[in-house]
Design a protein around this ligand. Structure first.
Ligand code: PEP
Ligand code: MG
Length: 601
């Protein structure tokens, strides 16, 4: 009889709601380590054979991915894999790799790496944009070969109904490969409340626990697992007794919540008549349906980076244009705000032409608007695609991570220049409004002058907390210091909103803060009237905001601004909210985890 493995409980941070019992599907980040070892003369033929078998396997996998992408995203999105197949069949490339094995007595992995690196540096120096764009294809193919050589399974695409994705981190690029409709829950070693995994889990409405440290190492594909997002916990190999408890719990019929059914896009007023507009943040296609379902007033933030997952940084104007047209259609009359790529070393793979060396501190590195201004062709292509798509619906552009007026001026000049060129070329396009993300302290301190130079503000509170408090939003070691209700953060929000008001421009708060009812009330108190959030959060936020008065919220916010610590703000909020609105905030609904988000472990 085989021994039953011991039940293992791991604490993390529950970043969405719910409990799921399922089976682990381990997802590796796809980058095998490559070492060199010497192959003896007698083993060279076998090594070449091993390489050829890997090519065959990689080819099969590319074909499968192509079929999958065709089915899910359409033919236009699958053509890229034809280039991968051509590269795998290119005899010059395989000849070079085999020569490296034969002459250098190198193992096949090393030979692939050497030839791949050589190709990458050749391609990245090419002046022609189209050919240079092949860099990411070369990387993709080399990675496929390395995975095939390592004997690892390729990334799973056909998830079974009860797959619980367990990963070290879930990078946006992995998301493109997954059929998230079948992912029942997520569990990752890293991440906090505002990490990409967390935002995604809430977006598609599945339970997720992040910040599990070394859980990935312990879990194996196929293991039984319980993900309990409500209790900040995952349980590996649950005992029969634990399973009984959870089975009973998960069998309870769900309380009919406000989040079910099609929600009306009706006007939302506070009890004293202040109109509040709730918009949707979207990124992956599986979130799109929520825009209509939960009655969002358009798309307040489209995180466009998803377009690049899978394809590298050079996505053609046509592919982008089609995507932005889809977003414009989805948003309808209320329009959509497309954020220019918020890319950096943390989102792009190392070794790309843009990041030949890893950055020491990517959060402070060549990211977001800086990346776009440095890689102007990428930015110009994106801007052109948005201007062209704007002909079919209401679109606006928002610039991520600007620090001051010079970032804004440079970016606006490019938008203007592209519009002029399109006009000269007689192409059909529409002018768009340009806004600034306010998410770094410099932008807050310069918000008065920035407000005069843009059409609207978007407050990215996730990064604003990270940069104001100098706390990495994805590092669970410092999660105790990630205090959304820190007075410094509240002052920053208040100042930015007031700068927008003085300049007469709208301001949307689009960080995760907006999707938490208690925080949303405080945001209204600080002067916000437009919030953008993951669509599934809209009904709950709407329900709470319809029951509070903006004047009361303002009085509480004023008192919060005179607090000295995040603890004081939290105590004050808890006390005042439960006294004023006991039905909306019974004391039990304001425990520390819900209030301090990233803080609770
Ligand atoms: C933010 O920083 O609050 C934001 C909305 O953008 P992201 O989470 O994508 O950085
Ligand atoms: Mg941000």
């Amino acid at each position: 009889m085989t021994a039953q493995p011991q039940e293992v409980r791991c604490k993390g941070l529950g970043v969405s709601e719910g409990v799921v019992i399922g089976q682990v599907m381990r997802l590796h980040d796809g980058t095998p380590q490559v070492y060199r070892w010497r192959i003896a003369s007698t083993g060279l033929e076998a090594e070449r054979q091993r390489f050829r078998a890997a090519v065959d396997l990689a080819r099969e996998r590319v074909q499968a991915t192509k079929a999958y992408a065709e089915e899910r995203l359409g033919r236009d999105h699958a053509y890229i894999f034809d280039a991968h197949l051509l590269m795998l069949d290119d005899e010059r490339v395989s000849g070079d790799i085999e020569r490296e094995i034969t002459v250098g007595h190198a193992n096949a992995e090393w030979a692939v790496k050497v030839v791949g690196d050589r190709l990458l540096s050749l391609y990245s120096e090419i002046k022609d944009d189209y050919l240079r764009a092949r860099v990411s294809d070369v990387e993709d193919v080399m990675q496929r070969l390395l995975v095939a050589l390592s004997g690892a399974r390729d990334e799973p695409r056909d998830l079974s109904e009860d797959a619980v994705i367990v990963a070290q981190d879930l990078l946006p690029s992995a998301v493109a490969e997954l059929d998230l409709r079948h992912a029942r829950a997520l569990a990752t070693d890293s991440g906090g409340w505002t990490s990409h995994t967390a935002i995604l889990a809430r977006g598609i409405g599945i339970p997720a626990v992040v910040g599990l440290r070394d859980f990935y190492r312990r879990a194996k594909t196929g293991d039984r697992i319980i993900v309990d997002s409500n209790r900040n916990e995952v349980i590996l190999h649950p005992s029969e007794a634990t399973l009984d408890v959870y089975q009973e719990e998960t069998a309870q019929p769900l309380k009919p919540g406000p989040a079910t059914g099609l929600q009306a896009r009706s006007e939302l007023l506070t009890t004293d008549g202040v109109e509040i507009i709730l918009r949707a943040n979207v990124e992956v296609p599986s979130e799109f349906a929520g825009v209509a379902k939960y009655g969002a007033r358009g798309v307040g933030l489209y995180r466009s980076e998803f377009l690049l997952a899978h394809r590298g940084v050079f996505v053609s104007e046509d592919v982008q244009r089609a995507a932005y047209e889809e977003i414009a259609k989805l948003a309808g009359d209320d329009g959509a705000v497309v954020r220019l790529f918020d890319l950096g070393a943390a989102t792009l793979r190392e070794g790309t032409a843009q990041f030949p060396e890893p950055e020491k501190n990517p959060a402070l590195g060549l990211r977001a608007i800086r990346f776009s201004l440095r890689n102007e062709e990428i930015m110009r292509t994106q801007v052109r695609a948005i201007l062209l798509a704007a002909k079919t619906g209401r679109l606006q552009i928002v610039l991520p991570m600007v620090a001051d007026l010079s970032d804004v001026r440079r970016a606006r000049a490019i938008v203007h220049d592209e519009a002029t060129k399109l006009a000269k070329a007689g192409r059909d396009f529409a002018e768009v409004k340009v806004g600034a993300m306010i998410e770094v302290p410099a932008a807050v301190l310069m918000s008065e002058s920035i407000a005069r130079a843009v059409d609207f503000f978007e407050l990215g509170t996730n990064d604003l907390v990270q940069y104001t408090l100098a706390v990495d939003r994805g590092n669970d070691e410092v999660a105790d210091w990630f205090r959304t209700l820190h007075p410094a953060v509240l002052h920053s929000i208040e100042r930015s909103l007031s700068a927008a008001r003085t300049a007469g421009i709208p301001a949307i708060v689009c960080g995760e803060m907006a999707s938490t009812p208690a925080y949303a009330v405080l945001l209204i108190g600080l002067g916000a009237t437009e919030l953008s959030m993951t669509p599934s959060a809209i009904p709950r936020v709407r329900g709470v905001l319809a029951g509070v008065s903006a004047e009361d919220a303002r009085a509480i916010a004023r008192d919060c601004l005179s607090c000295s610590t995040a603890d004081d703000v939290e105590d004050l909020v808890r006390e005042r909210f439960t006294a004023l609105w006991p039905d909306l905030f019974p004391s039990a609904s304001l425990p520390a985890p819900r209030l301090s988000q990233n803080r609770e472990r």
